[in-house]
Ligand binder design. Structure first.
Ligand SMILES: Cc1cc2nc3c(=O)[nH]c(=O)nc-3n(C[C@H](O)[C@H](O)[C@H](O)COP(=O)(O)O)c2cc1C
Length: 159
């Protein structure tokens, strides 16, 4: 059984999660920090730039799900300053995903940075496969894809 776990601040990663859910049989969980991020986008961008090289991660809400039920975890993250979002790093540190198959996808505006390499090192006891990068335009108010939808559907069909 597959579980899709994602975090989304402006909705892009959620939009992709919904497309995945329409196409494959999986349960879905949206991660939330205990203390919500500001609604002021530029403030979040600036605050997080100061955290870029820090390993400080937020506390996240409990997910209330039995991870033993799942052999495959799809993980969706926006890219925040060339890394996975801190909420995703918090999830990977909080829960034991040993021996599971991890399929990460990232959404971003074209600067992926070390996102997937870092996820691989955080999941060193799991098998990380089929990582996929999805680019949106930098207009964060819209779900405007740069990556062709056919390319995304091909990836979904192979996971
Ligand atoms: C704090 C912050 C940092 C970001 N850093 C990057 C970055 O390093 N590279 C990039 O291409 N996009 C960056 N972006 C843009 C987001 O990765 C992109 O809009 C993503 O699709 C947003 O996903 P979401 O709508 O699910 O939150 C950043 C956005 C925020 C809010």
């Amino acid at each position: 059984m597959k579980l899709l776990v994602y975090f989304s601040y402006t909705g892009h990663t959620k939009y992709i999660a919904e497309i995945i859910k329409q196409n494959i049989n999986c349960d879905v969980i949206r991660l939330e920090p205990v203390i919500s991020y500001s609604n002021d986008y530029n403030k979040v961008v600036n605050d997080e730039q100061n955290q870029e090289s820090s390993d400080k991660i937020p506390e996240i809400k409990d997910i209330n799900i039995d991870l033993d039920l799942y052999d495959t975890i799809i993980i969706g993250t926006p890219v925040w300053w060339y890394r996975s979002a801190p909420v995703i790093r918090a999830f990977l540190k909080k829960y034991d995903l040993s021996n599971k198959i991890i399929i990460p996808y990232a959404t971003n505006a074209g600067w992926l940075g070390k996102t997937f390499n870092e996820i691989k090192s955080l999941c060193s006891n799991s098998k990380v496969v089929n990582e996929f990068n999805i680019v949106f335009t930098s207009d964060y108010n819209k779900n405007e894809l740069v990556t062709p939808i056919e390319t995304i559907k091909n990836w979904i069909n192979n996971i």
